[in-house]
Every structure is written in structure tokens, then in C-alpha cells.
Design a protein around this ligand. Structure first.
Ligand code: MSP
Length: 651
């Protein structure tokens, strides 16, 4: 039989900040899908990566005082960066593409030229609205209250010479693709796309920029860089060797079986991407699945909202498998899900500690206790056990149907129905009573064997979600390699009759919810405290001579009063060592009560020309330290050791 292939992708992530639990969500889902397909015998290509060009990265790098490449290298390859996160989360991608990889950049140049040569890319003038943080162009009609419909930030008018892609030419074919095929899932996303983008009329898309340089250069027109979305979308093909020799799997894996993408980038994947593929004459991906967001109190996670949840912290506290499981068990993949710590803890306690964990540990403990770990081969008539047997041995079909539709939550819920049934089966059969009756040993062995078989089937199907824990479960229930496979997941009786179990520590320890929530709150508060934003280092240097010309002196604060009618100013009377009082006004009233500062030693620049404020001459400036905590400006007056005499020069 020919080996079936399966090609799945995640979006490639912007390394403009560290990734959070929202990004982790999609990658974990794609990983579960890839592992499931491997389990079923498919040859899988699972691609993820990073989307590293564009204005946002260029700006961030500048702010950090490094080159864009150094900036992205740090976030992608550095400690606790993107690659580390995927390693931690046990992501089994087969390939990781960076759009700064040379082979990809050169391929993008060729692709751009191809579309230029076939007439689908032409030169024009771009006039429109541009959202720099999102690197998205919008038409007037797409703006929401005049702002970017994605992030709500202000957009800028922009006009410049640019290349355009003839998106309008493909409007009818794209509409047909969306409305008449299963290309875009879930179906609800089709209406969004057709009503919001296709019906108002598809305009040609601006696909080059000249206002920044961090991108793939248009090789036949220096000064233009390729629009980051054109560069990014083609990653799905260049990673397989399209227009390059670095890889050679295009024929094997293209078209992709599915692109998993968040709902806000469905437009790019279901309209622009197919149109560009039509232009270059390549087959379209079979499906795009637009999943929902993980939200926090109804809002998308984002650094600017301060609601980013750190997957490192959660994985360290609860374990990677518990976190992976929680993400896919709790939220339906197609719609938004409200993340909360309470939900995370209760899912771990109820599903993993109570239901699954207990089933495994009770079953193994009873096999140890009553049979020394190895079941005797004799059995008793088990016709009364039909329900559990049937439920477990037909589980694979129900699970498969849900997995094929990317309904992870439903697939897990099918498994947990069987786990619940098995726990009920223990209560119905009370093995502890059977154990008291020597004549019922065969019945006792039968009951335990049925429980072990149920656990084996459930663990096989749970493997894509919790690979490490399922390995442990297999070891506990004595499942050999051969009975862990997909082909055995619907065959009752695959474990040896005289199976040997082995006890171990609790797989999913129960969490004390109240204690844990308090600890998490304390942690969040501590993190908030440390969420300090600093001014970026100055871009320009000053000469040493210029610096030396600033006369910095220690000054004693003799008096300090609020300036009348000013909300900002404090008036300082200072001893600067000259014997004549110096007056300086400083706009720090909101940070200090005046009397708090009297008697302290501060630092002033004393050779600035006097400046009149509120009718008072201010002769110099007091130095302060400034930073932001969670967006709020903080200031501390520079106070120095009181042993320093007034007038001492600082150098
Ligand atoms: N670079 C583009 C993708 C290019 S693909 C050719 C991009 N990157 S991103 O880093 O901003 O987002 C990557 C994915 O993470 C998107 O699918 C986005 O929806 C997803 N998520 C970001 N925050 C999320 C949540 N809070 N919840 C779920 N997914 C979220 O877009």
C-alpha cells in the first residue's frame, strides 16, 4: 500500500516579542494533529518557523540598538526563544523555516519576478492607509472608526511608488473557492471573508515598500523590498524546495493538507495566498483552518494589554503535557476561548488527576496488591462487561472522525467518556470485595484486565496530546510496543493475558487550587513589578569634551515648596556650595510631597542658562531617573550620599 502523506503548517511567528500561550495554542494543536497522523501511519511533514522581515522588526531592533538580524536571532535562537519554547512544549516539527534563510530569500525574489513577468505584478503609486505595527494596508472602507481593524491603532496616510499584485483579477475564482468548496474552515469564516472583503470589491494589493530596508530586496528594482506577507506566505512552499535547491519535497508534500492559522490572518491565507498561487500556476492548499483566539477577560493576549501568559511558567508549574492537554481539551478550536488560571487548575484536577490519573493508579495498584503485579491467565465469562468493551473498542472510530475535522475538544471528550465509564466499572465491580473471595480470582483478573485494556486504548489515542505521559502509562500497564499502535487501538484483547504492571508516582498530582491561585497571583504581581520599560539607549553619541562641559554638582535641598497654580512644579532652594542660594524648578510634583525632600542631597546641572517658568527663574536642572512600569511613568530624584558636601563636582 502506498504511504499516505500529510503536510501541516502553523503560521510563522513574528519574533518581535517572546511568544505567549496564545501562540503556543496553535502550535500545540498542529503538533497533536501531526502526531495523530503519524500514529495512523501517514508520512508527515510538519512545518513551523519565523517571519522575520518588516518594518516592525526594523524599528524594534533600532530601539534595542542592534541590527535586525541580531534582534531576530536572539528571539528565535536565544535562551527561552522560539526554538526553545517549541522544544519545551515537545513540538515535533519536521522543519523550521526562518524567512531570513538565504534559500527562502532568493526564492522569494524569483517568485516576485515570475509574477512581474507574467503581468500580475505592476508598478503604480500607493495611496492609502497603513498600519505599521500590523504591516497591513487597508482601504478607507475597511477601517474601524478610522483605525486599523485588527489592532485598533491609528493608521497613516501613505503615498509612494510601489508594486501591486493584481488581486482584483482573481476575485471571482477566490469567491468560488470560498463559497463552493471546503477550502476554508470552519464554515463561519467563509461569510466573514466574503462579506468583509470580497463583496466590497477586491482591490489590487500593494506588494513592495520603499520606506524601510529590512526585507527581501526586489532584485530588479533596488530600493523596493517585497511586502512581508508575500515573503511570509511563500514559506509554506519554499520550505519544501519551491524555487530553490535547499529542499526537495515539493512533489511529495505540496499541496499542503492544512494550514492552521489564527482568525485575524485568515484573510491573508484564504484570499491573498490562493490568488498568488493561481498567479504562479501552483496547486492550492487543500484546506485553511482559521482557529479562534485564547482571550483573557475577553481580550486577545498582547503585550500592550499586559495580559500575556507565559507558557514557560505554566509548563514549569504543571508539566508540559498537562498544559498541552488543557489547551486542546478546554477550548473548541474554531472559536475564542477564555483563558483563566482557575480553568487550567480545575481541568488538571478533574480530568487528569481524578479521572485519568486515578483510573491508572487504582488499576495498577490493585493488580499489584491482588496478583503481585502479574495477572493470572485464567478468565471468567465477561458477557456482563459488554458496555465498557464496546465503548473502548469502538472509541477509535469516533475519535478519528473528530480528529479528521480538527475537533480536538470533541476527540478528547470521547476519550473521557470511556475513562468515566471505566471508573464507574470499578465501582460496579468492587474488585476489593472480589479479592476477599478466593473463588472469584478469575473474575477479579478479568475485571482488572478489562481496565488495563481500556487504559491502553485511551492512552494510545491520547498520545498525540500527551506523548510523555502516555509513554509512562504504557510502562505502568505493561503495554509492549506492538500493542501501542493505531492498528491495535480498535482491537480488544491486545495486552498479554498474563500482563505485568509496574507502579509509579502519581502521573498528574492534584493541585491545591486555593494555594496555587494565591501563588500565581503573587507571581503575576512580582512579574508586573518587574515589567520595567527603559528608554532605549541614545542613538547619537556626544563627544567627551561636550560631556565635560556639563557642570554637575552635589546640592543640598534647603527648602522645597509647590509652585502656586502649577500642577507640576516644585521650587527648590539649594545650597550649591557657593554661599548663595540657587533656585531650581522641577516638574516632579506628582512624584513627591515637597517636605519629603528637604535636607536631602541631590545632583544638579548648574551651568544651564536660567529659564523662566511661572514667573520664576530656574537656574539649572535636578537629575532624576525615569522608567515605566506597565506603561506607567515612574520617576526618582537622584539622591546621593549625604556625606557628599554641597558643591562637590561630579565627574
Ligand atoms: N507572521 C504572521 C504569520 C505569517 S504566516 C505566513 C503572524 N505572526 S504572529 O506571530 O503575529 O501570529 C502567529 C499566530 O499566532 C497567528 O495565527 C495568531 O492568530 C496566533 N496568535 C497570537 N495570539 C493569539 C492568541 N491569543 N490566541 C490564539 N492565537 C493567537 O501573524
Amino acid at each position: 500500500m502506498e504511504n499516505k502523506t500529510f503536510y501541516i503548517t502553523t503560521p510563522i511567528y513574528y519574533p518581535s516579542d517572546k511568544l505567549h500561550i496564545g501562540h503556543t495554542y496553535c502550535t500545540v494543536a498542529a503538533d497533536a494533529m501531526a502526531r495523530y497522523k503519524r500514529l495512523t501511519g501517514c508520512e508527515v511533514m510538519f512545518l513551523t518557523g519565523t517571519d522575520e522581515h518588516g518594518q516592525k522588526i526594523e524599528t524594534k531592533a533600532k530601539e534595542a540598538g542592534v541590527t535586525p538580524k541580531q534582534f531576530v536571532d536572539q528571539i528565535v535562537e536565544g535562551p527561552r526563544g522560539v526554538k526553545d519554547l517549541w522544544k519545551l512544549m515537545n513540538i515535533s516539527h519536521d522543519r523550521f523555516i526562518r524567512t531570513t534563510d538565504g534559500y527562502h530569500e532568493r526564492a522569494v525574489q524569483r517568485i516576485f519576478k515570475k509574477m512581474y513577468e507574467n503581468g500580475d505584478i505592476y508598478k503604480g503609486t500607493y495611496r492609502g492607509k497603513y498600519c505599521a505595527p500590523c504591516e497591513s494596508f487597508w482601504t478607507e472602507s475597511q477601517l474601524v472608526d478610522g483605525k486599523c481593524p485588527d489592532c485598533g491603532r491609528p493608521v497613516q496616510d501613505a503615498e509612494e511608488e510601489a508594486y501591486f499584485f493584481r488581486l482584483s483579477k482573481y476575485a471571482d475564482r477566490v469567491r468560488h473557492l470560498l463559497e463552493d468548496t471546503d477550502f476554508l474552515q470552519p464554515r463561519s469564516r467563509v461569510n466573514e471573508m466574503v462579506n468583509n472583503f470580497i463583496k466590497p470589491g477586491l482591490e489590487d494589493l500593494c506588494v513592495s515598500r520603499t520606506s524601510f530596508t529590512w526585507g527581501v530586496p526586489v532584485d530588479f528594482d533596488p530600493g523596493h523590498v517585497v511586502y512581508v506577507w508575500v515573503d511570509a506566505l511563500f514559506n509554506y512552499m519554499t520550505a519544501l524546495g519551491y524555487e530553490n535547491d535547499a529542499h526537495d519535497e515539493l512533489r511529495k508534500f505540496w499541496p499542503a493538507d492544512v494550514h492552521f492559522v489564527g482568525k485575524e490572518i485568515v484573510r491573508f491565507h484564504s484570499i491573498i495566498w490562493p490568488a498568488m498561487l493561481m498567479s504562479v500556476g501552483e496547486p492550492l492548499p487543500k484546506q485553511v483552518y482559521g482557529h479562534g483566539w485564547l482571550v483573557f477577560d475577553g481580550k486577545k493576549m498582547s503585550k500592550s494589554l499586559g495580559n500575556v501568559v507565559d507558557p514557560y511558567v505554566l509548563a514549569e508549574r504543571y508539566g508540559v503535557d498537562a498544559l498541552r492537554f488543557f489547551l486542546l481539551r478546554t477550548f473548541p478550536f474554531g472559536t475564542d476561548g477564555n483563558f483563566s488560571n482557575e480553568l487550567l487548575i480545575s481541568t488538571i484536577n478533574v480530568d487528569l488527576a481524578n479521572d485519568l490519573g486515578n483510573l491508572v493508579s487504582r488499576t495498577v495498584a490493585m493488580a499489584e496488591k491482588y496478583f503481585g503485579g502479574t495477572l493470572p491467565a485464567e478468565r471468567e465469562d465477561a458477557s456482563g462487561d459488554c458496555e465498557l468493551k464496546t465503548m473502548a473498542s469502538t472509541l477509535r472510530d469516533r475519535y478519528e472522525a473528530e480528529m479528521e475535522a480538527f475537533q480536538f475538544q470533541n476527540a478528547l471528550s470521547e476519550i473521557f467518556k470511556v475513562i468515566d465509564r471505566a471508573n464507574k466499572y470499578i465501582d460496579e465491580n468492587t474488585p476489593w470485595s472480589l479479592a476477599k473471595d478466593e473463588g472469584r480470582r478469575a473474575r477479579l483478573a478479568t475485571v482488572l484486565y478489562h481496565l488495563l485494556e481500556t487504559v491502553r486504548i485511551c492512552a494510545t489515542l491520547l498520545t498525540p496530546f500527551m506523548p510523555e505521559s502516555c509513554e509512562k502509562i504504557f510502562a505502568r500497564i505493561g503495554a509492549c510496543e506492538a500493542c501501542r499502535g493505531w492498528d491495535k487501538a480498535n482491537v480488544w484483547g491486545s495486552l498479554r493475558a498474563d500482563v505485568t504492571v509496574s507502579k509509579g508516582e502519581a502521573l498528574f498530582p492534584r493541585i491545591d487550587a486555593a494555594e496555587e491561585l494565591a501563588a500565581l497571583e503573587a507571581l503575576t504581581a512580582a512579574q508586573k513589578k518587574s515589567a520595567v520599560e527603559l528608554e532605549p539607549p541614545a542613538a547619537e553619541s556626544v563627544s567627551f569634551d561636550a560631556f565635560c562641559r556639563c557642570d554637575l554638582r552635589a546640592v543640598k535641598i534647603k527648602d522645597c515648596v509647590a509652585v502656586k497654580k502649577s500642577e507640576k512644579l516644585l521650587q527648590f532652594t539649594l545650597d550649591d556650595g557657593t554661599g548663595v542660594d540657587r533656585t531650581i524648578l522641577s516638574g516632579i510634583r506628582k512624584y513627591y510631597a515637597p517636605e519629603q525632600l528637604i535636607g536631602k542631597t541631590a545632583v544638579a546641572i548648574v551651568n544651564l542658562p536660567p529659564r523662566k517658568m511661572m514667573g520664576i527663574d530656574s537656574c539649572g536642572m535636578l537629575l532624576s531617573a525615569v522608567h515605566k512600569v506597565n506603561g506607567e511613568e515612574k520617576l526618582q530624584l537622584m539622591l546621593v550620599d549625604d556625606a557628599i558636601p554641597a558643591g562637590a563636582k561630579l565627574c
